[in-house]
Design a protein around this ligand. Structure first.
Ligand code: ARG
Ligand code: ZN
Length: 876
């Protein structure tokens, strides 16, 4: 089954209200659904009603209270068809189904794990609960009644407001929830069980008093405080920045330990993977805190971008996800350090979205077809989608962007709309024409920008020639030029920005050049000296830049650029180049040399007290083996990369040893732990320096002392990783690892860090360790977090271990994939994407990897999710 955008048409019937009654039983839950509906005016009067189902069994069906005769309907596991429904006038359909939440290992629909009933309905999980129009353009008002055993399920939650509670016979009780906002089925949620809770309040800008509750497992309430604090800050920020106010009297978050994704924005009842809620200094790292803040905000922001205004169909997924990620990014930038947050976004995009866009799974931000929508919750839809909204803001300016968004909220509140509807709002609010720009939504692939410059001293003129080329992607061979906003800086000899008296050659807005053709020459006048040119400041466009720039200019940018994103980018590019060269040397059997210039830049950046510590830490975190492999792009030999990187780091570390030792020792030892961004930055710098100091000293002693002295998870994990990765097999490494295992024996989320650390130890021997860790009592192959921490980390973040030259790790992975697919298709298909870039490997590994993927593809009983991924991976 392939679904095409062009086939979209509205439903033949309109749903007004849905009344659901859940009688919860561990292995048998009955679901009654009473739907008030009517034929859509103008629809075919003889059209049957066709509802979606997924693995359902119908146990009752009535029309206006009277059982339907069998000749009026057909039902199977995946569909319910009813004929001869009234031509006009409202009617009520009653549908009964029985489901088994305990047997639901897919974690999609209603499932029960650890005694907790919870739901995940996006994208197509509601049809695993009852037959329905399970599509985002069908909005209805829901009333939900939950009946369950009072002892095991004292807590009964659904969307909206609690309207009734009652004690029933046999130790059962009921609660009824009503959500006044019409919503699509994917935003439905139910939670039942025994949980503890923290509560707070928020007063909205118009004076509404909102109760805020976060539900977590018993014993974990003390770790929900940071999530609550993040929620309140997000609510305030959305009012101030975008004028968006919360609209119900209660907002609830539930943290569950078995969850396929990060979190879900169900109306008034967000459900989270508990790793994105729970934090305290002893168990969570600074990165965890930052993720929690971002995701709590992201899900909250969906209340307007996603819920109040939703998608017409799933092709429009980026309408809500891209925009919400952009809002989340802006929130993080305002709450933390804007340039540091931006650099992290750039790193993420390059590490995950660029490879997706350049590989067999490439697709446009708005796809035109899919086999399984679950496989399109991708970095392209999310992160590239966010970059596209960011570019609109760059082209229109902040006021223009706000105006367009205001119009979007006003015009489409309560609607299920398209990306075209979104763009039209910006055009109408500002008078800008976004016709050409819209191609960003439809054309896949990462554009490559070429830069050429010529400076004429006599004319005081700089000519900048920009070219663009987007490589072919599956199904899209011919690419058109895009409308690309490029922020450009001209840095004078003294390090200051130079202002042109005039710029010609194309549209521009202050320092943002608008590249719209295959090639364009911009002429800057009044430039009194030859500048160093900084292209794509603030990463204004999600592109690769190819600029053969003099080393002198690059060092000027690395040392003086005021745009810190571009400055980091240049430092990083210099390091990456050196690492790629070193890998080539290793492969050719030649010695590796590191030029003094690079070490000097890194040491100077590390020492520069005018820069914030978090930024200095980013500069010191040299490109990873994966980064280097991606830069090389073809015929990749992971072992050569590993050796090269180790050698280069050692050389740099030795040059800056004194600095790194000083920075590694006690940046923040005296004050009490605080998760704020500035404190986190100091820890990040100390820990980046620790890794280098240890490399210079070439002994585990310093990291071992750091591990023992650590009084928070950030420092502890950083030290353990240095020991495990740089001193694998040493007594110090093994001592720290077993201490950690023992100390956090009852903390599955913390042990995930231990599993990941072990799974990413470089080298071929890690496969055996990973295989034996699957037998650890803390490992649980039914829990997505455990699987991602061990198997996911091994396959996606251990280039030398996973790509063992004998292919044994591919086979191990394929076996795991085949078993896991029967249990949880969403999770498995996602894991599988770890191998999407296998074509970039050197021939021997490439062939072995292909064989393993082909072995998976050879099974004819794969889930639709996995089938779709492996078929696309093998097609190109
Ligand atoms: N809408 C959720 C979020 O981004 C993610 C849901 C993903 N679900 C899925 N089946 N892929 O906040
Ligand atoms: Zn989202």
């Amino acid at each position: 089954r392939t679904v095409y955008l062009k086939d979209y048409r509205p439903t033949d019937f309109i749903i007004e209200t849905v009344d659901l009654v859940f009688d919860l039983g561990e292995t048998m839950t009955t679901v009654g659904s009473q739907i008030r509906m009517r034929r859509r005016p103008g629809a075919d009067p003889s059209a049957p009603l066709i509802f979606d189902g997924d693995g359902l069994a119908l146990s009752g069906l009535a029309l206006d209270g009277k059982p339907l005769l069998p000749e009026r309907y057909d039902s199977n596991a995946n569909r319910l068809t009813i004929r001869d429904l009234p031509e006009d006038g409202a009617f009520t359909l009653t549908i009964k189904t029985r489901i088994n939440p305990t047997a639901n290992s897919q974690l999609l629909g209603l499932y029960r794990t650890n005694g907790i009933y919870s739901t995940q309905c996006e994208a197509e999980g509601f049809r695993r609960i009852t037959y329905f129009y399970d599509r985002p353009d069908v909005l209805a008002v829901y009333t939900v009644t939950i009946i369950a055993d009072e002892k095991t399920c004292p807590l009964l939650l659904s969307n909206g407001n609690l309207v009734e509670e009652q004690r029933l016979d046999d130790g059962r009780h009921m609660a009824r929830w009503h959500d006044p906002f019409p919503k699509p089925s994917y935003l439905f949620a139910l939670v039942a069980g025994d949980l503890s809770m923290i509560e707070d309040r928020f007063k909205t800008m118009s004076g509404r008093d909102v109760t805020l509750r976060i539900y977590v497992e018993h014993g974990k309430a003390g770790r929900a405080g940071y999530a609550m604090d993040s929620l309140k800050r997000a609510m305030k920020w959305d009012e101030e920045r975008f004028g968006r106010e919360y609209d119900l009297d209660i907002f609830m978050i539930v943290a569950v330990s078995d969850f396929n994704m990060g979190a879900m924005e169900n109306k008034g009842l967000n459900i989270f993977n508990d790793r994105l809620i729970l934090a305290d200094p002893e168990t969570a790292t600074d990165d965890d805190y930052a993720r929690i803040e971002a995701v709590v905000a992201h899900e909250y922001f969906h209340n307007w971008t996603g819920n109040r205004i939703t998608c017409r169909d799933w092709f429009q997924l980026s309408l809500k996800e891209g925009l919400t990620v952009y809002r989340e990014h802006e929130f993080s930038a305002d709450e933390r350090s804007r340039p540091v947050v931006r650099v992290e976004e750039v790193k993420f995009l390059r590490a995950h979205q660029f490879p997706e866009d350049g590989g067999p799974l490439a697709h446009p931000v708005r796809p035109t077809e899919y086999v399984e929508i679950d496989n399109f919750y991708t970095t392209t839809v999310y992160e590239k989608g966010s970059e596209v909204s960011r570019m609109i803001a760059t082209l229109l300016g902040p006021e223009g962007f706000r105006k367009g968004l205001d119009l979007f909220f006003e015009r489409h509140d309560g609607g299920a709309v398209t990306i075209e509807d979104y763009l039209t709002c910006f055009e109408e609010a500002t008078g800008h024409d976004l016709t050409h720009f819209a191609l960003w939504y439809h054309q896949a692939g990462t554009p490559v920008i070429s830069v050429d410059s010529a400076y004429d001293e006599e004319k005081a003129e700089l000519r900048l020639t920009l070219g663009q080329k987007t490589p072919a992607t599956p199904g899209q061979r011919i690419k058109k030029p895009l409308h690309i906003p490029l922020r450009v800086g001209l840095i004078g000899p003294n390090g200051d920005d130079m202002e042109a008296s005039a710029i010609s050659g194309g549209a521009h807005r202050k320092d943002v050049l608008e590249l719209t053709q295959d090639e364009q020459t911009f002429v800057f006048e009044g430039i009194g000296a030859r500048p160093a040119i900084s292209v794509n400041r603030d990463f204004s466009a999600p592109v690769r830049v190819r600029f053969d720039q003099s080393r002198e200019d690059r060092l000027r940018i690395a040392g003086a650029e005021t745009d810190l994103v571009a400055r980091w980018d240049t430092v990083n590019a210099l390091a990456l180049e050196a690492l790629v060269r070193a890998a080539e040397n290793v492969k050719a059997g030649q010695p590796v040399t590191v030029d003094a210039g690079l070490s000097a830049v890194l040491v100077a950046t590390a020492e520069d007290e005018t820069l914030e510590p978090a930024f200095r830490a980013l500069a010191l975190a040299l490109p990873s083996e994966l980064d280097i492999g991606r830069e090389i792009g073809a015929n990749v030999d992971p072992d050569a990369i590993h050796t090269a990187r180790k050698t280069v780091i050692r050389a740099i570390a030795e040059t800056g040893c004194e600095t790194f030792v000083r920075l590694a020792t006690g940046m923040d030892t005296l004050s009490a732990f605080s998760p704020d961004a500035a404190s986190a930055g100091r820890r990040a710098l100390a820990n980046a320096a620790l890794a280098l100091a240890a490399a210079a000293e070439n002994t585990p002693a310093r990291a071992s002392r750091a591990y023992q002295a650590a009084d928070n998870m950030t420092d502890m994990l950083a030290a353990m990783r240095v020991l495990a990765h740089q001193f694998a097999g040493s007594d110090e490494a093994e001592d720290a690892l077993s201490d950690f295992r023992r100390r956090f024996a009852g903390e599955p989320l913390v042990l995930d860090k231990w599993f990941s650390t072990l799974a990413t130890v470089p080298g071929g021997q890690t496969l055996e360790r990973v295989a034996s860790l699957m037998g650890d009592t803390a490992f649980d192959e039914t829990n997505p977090n455990r699987v991602r921490a061990l198997i996911g980390a091994f396959a996606s973040s251990n280039p030398t271990g996973f790509n063992r030259p004998d292919g044994a790790a591919y086979d191990f992975f394929a076996d795991f994939i085949l078993t896991s697919d029967r249990r949880n298709a969403t999770l498995t298909a996602r894991l599988m994407t770890a191998m999407r870039s296998f074509e970039a490997l050197e021939p021997q590994r490439r062939a072995l990897a292909r064989k393993a993927i082909e072995r998976i593809a050879g099974h004819d009983d794969l889930s639709r999710n996995l089938r779709d991924i492996v078929d696309r991976m093998l097609k190109s």
